[in-house]
Write a protein that binds this ligand. Structure first.
Ligand code: DGY
Length: 418
């Protein structure tokens, strides 16, 4: 790929490079399979050059939906040999091999973008997608919602923010399975170990997978008995936004919306339940104990994206405090809290997808200068460091996988546009 091509052309080259014909991989080597939210963000990039391709990326993902309604976090298509843990480890018994957990449900929000600005997408296919999304969202209400209406996760990978410092509390409770044996981490063949989760974390990730296998991947049971169960602000806000966007799609298609409206109201309660008056922020918490985080993660700023504007003043104070600490917004973890690490995966680095959602939310509520700060920082990172998976918020160094699909997509769809 020539360095002299424009940033937009290079971002488009990356989408083409990671395109497997009917779906996209997040990046070569490190993630050679279809990932749930990666595919949805790929669709955001595709929508400018080929809205039909964008729609089919999402429809193909949804075709791997389980009979209980869950849309899995990984669909093992193509040559998945280079990825660990593969389908034999998950052992979910699905016709299309998949993992046994889900991921942040951004599909409905991306779908609404496709509808909203082109309206050229086929109504029958849109209806097909909307029905599956409704079942997936209902699945969250049945298998992953706590008694206050917030969404919890049964594996750190479900949050998409695999090794977020907050998850240490739940992870420390997971007793690594003594029968794990030796395993080879394929991720370390591609990325420096200091930028990835540790061996101790992987032992625990796999232990939770073993638990899922033992209970035959019964998802309601997983919600009750997983050795890791933590309430996640990111999942709650993202699902709330997705439900609102699904409501818009279903209204356009004249589909019944009463259940969706009920779920929205429950999720609004859930989001409010995450408010921590001590730190004046929305935070993650443990489901097993009374532990509540004191850290402001990037997801705390997703309220506006989810249509929730309570406590805006306090959240903007946090935004300004954090923006004084880093050159590039938004660090995934609070730089003033213990456990912040600017280079290790979700313990500090900047991620374009979170920036995109937070930035869009701020734009929607008229927080223009803070939205501009996020957008400009995002564009600068891609233009000066390249289309990496994530970035050091202090130095701007690109980290993790290279030529990354969602980084390119967010650039094409938002950060690189005036
Ligand atoms: C990985 O393999 O690191 C993925 O993020 C798991 O979801």
């Amino acid at each position: 790929m020539s360095w002299f091509r424009s940033h937009t052309a290079r971002a488009n080259d990356i989408l083409t490079y990671n395109d497997r014909g009917t779906y996209s991989v997040p990046t070569h080597g490190l993630y050679p399979v279809q990932f749930n939210w990666d595919s949805c963000f790929a669709a955001l990039g595709y929508r400018h050059r080929n809205p039909e391709r964008a729609l089919s990326e999402i429809i193909l993902l949804l075709s791997a939906q389980w009979s209980d309604g869950m849309v899995p976090h990984i669909v093992f298509r193509g040559d998945y040999d280079g990825y660990f843990p593969g389908p034999d480890v998950w052992s979910t018994g699905q016709k299309i091999p998949t993992s046994g957990i889900t991921q942040p449900p951004v599909a409905a929000s991306v779908l609404w973008r496709l509808w909203d600005d082109s309206a050229k997408v086929d109504r029958a296919r849109m209806r097909q997608a909307a029905k599956r999304l409704e079942r997936w969202h209902r699945w969250f209400a049945n298998s992953r919602q706590d008694d206050q209406g917030a969404i919890f996760i049964v594996h750190p990978w479900e949050s998409g923010r695999d090794n977020l410092t907050d998850w240490d509390v739940g992870m420390n409770r997971v007793q690594p399975d003594t029968g794990l044996g030796e395993y080879i981490r394929r991720d370390l063949e591609h990325v420096n170990a200091v930028q990835r989760p540790t061996k101790e974390e992987y032992d625990r990730y796999l232990t939770i997978v073993h638990h899922g296998r033992k209970i035959g991947w019964d998802q309601k049971e997983m919600g009750r008995s997983s050795p890791f169960r933590m309430v996640c602000a990111g999942m709650t806000a993202i699902l709330l936004a997705a439900e609102r966007d699904l409501l818009l799609i279903m209204s356009e298609l004249e589909m019944p919306t009463a259940n969706t409206k009920r779920r929205i109201s429950r999720l609004e309660d859930g989001w409010r339940s995450l408010w921590n008056p001590k730190v004046k922020s929305y935070v993650n918490r443990d489901l097993e104990t009374s532990w509540t985080s004191n850290a402001v993660t990037a997801s705390a700023f997703l309220g506006a994206y989810a249509g929730m504007t309570d406590n805006l003043g306090s959240m903007m104070d946090h935004f300004d405090r954090i923006s004084g600490k880093v050159r590039f917004m938004l660090p995934s973890f609070d730089p003033d809290c213990e456990g912040f690490d600017p280079e290790r995966y979700w313990r500090g680095p900047v991620w374009f997808i979170i920036n995109n959602m937070v930035g869009k939310g701020f734009e929607k509520i008229g927080e223009s200068s803070r939205a501009a700060r996020i957008k400009i920082d995002t564009a600068k990172l891609a233009e000066s460091s390249g289309f990496y998976e994530y970035f050091n918020p202090i130095t701007g160094r690109g980290l993790g996988g290279k030529s990354f699909t969602w980084t390119a997509s967010v650039y094409l769809d938002w950060a690189g546009r005036n």
